[in-house]
Design a protein around this ligand. Structure first.
Ligand code: NAD
Length: 487
């Protein structure tokens, strides 16, 4: 087929066919292709394949030869496991094809034929806990639903593996802190990257330069918003039984059990997360969905840690579903180049006040605004507009960089991760940088749930003025054995 599907996070939850990806790192490649239609599979007896996979519980068992870790072999290719092979996983195929994909893991056996056609010889797994023990593994790329992310990240780092984790890397404050802490222990040995690939758009660096160089003067406030709305009344009602090719218990994994409904699986490639990410046990709604990308545009420019106080308001609390509309304010102390600032997140219809009547923030969709003493910078993922505070301003207070001082481009975001695994371990969105941002965003949901302004001690990860709110820093887990977060 001639087009590609924009990934879920690339825009509205509709399938858009475009001629060719200009920016391959931000566009999932491929789309829904029937496994049975694939040439490799059509030459096999598909029923036999699925039966064999079901019997072994792990799928095909074609092993790669040799046991040397790929990154130590002469061709310097990494031995990588792709966990969650369809949907967002498809967007990683081209980058992964430059490495040795030795293991493929998915709870849906129907997703294997297409993945095996691209990565023949890889061993298939249903259970990521077994996949992580694949002999000789160097790195994982994880594209499972969000409620497995912190677990998989920590289990993988415990095994000394480099980790590329799709966003959000965690669902709760506690999880974000655990993931970051584990990374900080291992940071001299492993590379990590959170899947916020827009970070490689040159605009991210340009926005940071403008803010750091004083284009808006002293920074006073940062406003971040997203207008996606995915209202749902509650978890889907029980409907039917899972097909034998879908390992539903494994899909539920560390979360409390919710009965099967095919609706959780009815989205198109790269957009299926819109079918489950609004439910508390599977995601954090727009906080972890577009919020992970849009807050990154602000976070990259403000050098912030965890906030010292947080307040939030939104829709009436629903125990099943995260809020559609939410406003959260985070107070951050001063650092060595800027004063104390308030960072605000608006979603689902809530918006900051536009700096000028002719700027419609809702039309920007997902954007960031930096307010300073001398001006305002409004940006989306690719563009930026600088508005001096005074109409008479001549901008002489601001000295643009010389060409040699401009931040060099990151290049392809996924490639940056693989290069880091083989070299200096440096990535632009490691679990330190992204862990702090994820902790901040999860604090917004905790403040929303508590209904109070929370004072937060970032050293201990506790709310100091409302002890009962500490319960909202954690998420609920299954009581079934076998799913510890630190395994
Ligand atoms: N960075 C981006 O722009 C971007 C875009 C889309 C999605 N995402 C993220 O990617 C992740 C996946 O989203 P999606 O829409 O592809 O979801 P999805 O529901 O389509 O799941 C992706 C794949 O993971 C498999 N899977 C589900 N549970 C699994 C498990 N426990 N172990 C192994 N495989 C499992 C599914 O069968 C599917 O093949 C989400 O975290 C989402 O936030 C990121």
């Amino acid at each position: 087929m001639g087009g590609v599907f924009l990934g879920l996070d690339a825009g509205p939850a509709v399938r858009i066919v475009v001629p060719q990806p200009k920016d391959a790192q931000s566009l999932p490649i491929g789309g829904e292709r029937s496994p049975a239609a694939h040439p490799t599979m059509s030459s096999m007896n598909r029923r036999h394949f699925l039966k064999a996979a079901a019997v072994t519980g792990t799928g095909l068992t074609i092993l790669r030869s040799g046991t040397l870790f790929g990154q130590n072999t002469p061709n310097k290719k990494l031995n990588v496991a792709l966990i969650g092979v369809w949907g967002r996983g498809l967007a990683h195929y081209e980058g992964l094809a430059k490495e040795n994909v030795v293991a493929l893991c998915d709870v849906n056996e129907l997703r294997f034929p297409e993945a095996l056609a691209k990565f023949p010889g890889a061993k298939t797994y249903i259970d990521w806990r077994k996949c992580l023990d694949h002999k000789g593994l160097d790195a994982i790329v994880c594209c499972t639903p969000d409620h497995h992310h912190a677990h998989i990240a920590i289990w993988a780092m415990n095994r000394g593996l480099h980790v590329y984790m799709e966003k959000p890397i965690a669902l709760s404050v506690e999880e974000a802190r655990l993931v970051r802490a584990e990374y900080l222990k291992k940071k001299d040995k492993i590379a990590t990257q959170a899947g916020t690939q827009r970070h490689a758009n040159p605009n991210f660096a340009r926005v940071r330069e403008l803010i750091k160089d004083g284009a808006v003067g002293d920074l006073q406030g940062v406003f971040v918003w997203g207008n996606r709305k995915l209202p749902r009344p509650g978890y889907l009602a029980p409907e039917g039984t899972p097909p034998s090719t879908l390992h539903y218990d494994q899909w539920i994994g560390p979360s409390p059990y919710h009965p099967y409904n095919p609706g959780y699986f009815s989205g198109s490639a790269g957009a299926n997360c819109l079918q489950w990410n609004m439910f508390w046990d599977f995601g954090t709604g727009q906080v972890g969905d577009m919020g992970a990308h849009t807050m990154d545009l602000a976070w990259n420019a403000i050098d912030a840690g965890v906030p010292t106080s947080i307040e939030a308001k939104g829709d009436a609390f629903n125990p099943d579903v995260t809020p559609v509309e939410l406003t959260a304010h985070f107070n951050h102390p001063a650092n060595d180049w800027r004063p104390a600032i308030r960072v605000s997140w608006y979603q689902g219809g809530a918006l900051p006040t536009s700096p000028k009547p002719w700027i419609d923030l809702n039309k920007i969709g997902h954007g960031v605004m930096f307010k300073g003493a001398k001006g305002v910078l409004v940006a989306d993922f690719n563009t930026r507009t600088l508005i001096p505070a005074a109409d008479s301003s001549d901008l002489t207070y601001y000295k643009p960089r010389k060409p040699a001082e401009v931040t060099p481009p990151i290049g392809n975001f996924q490639d940056e991760f693989f290069r880091a695994c083989k070299g200096n371990l440096k990535t632009s969105c490691n679990f330190d940088y992204n862990g702090l941002m994820t902790e901040q965003m999860a604090l917004g949901l905790a403040a929303y749930r508590s209904g109070k302004k929370l004072d937060y001690d970032g050293k201990t990860g506790t709310v100091t003025n409302a002890p009962e709110a500490n319960a909202f820093l954690k998420r609920k887990y299954t009581d079934r054995a076998g799913w510890p977060i630190n395994g």
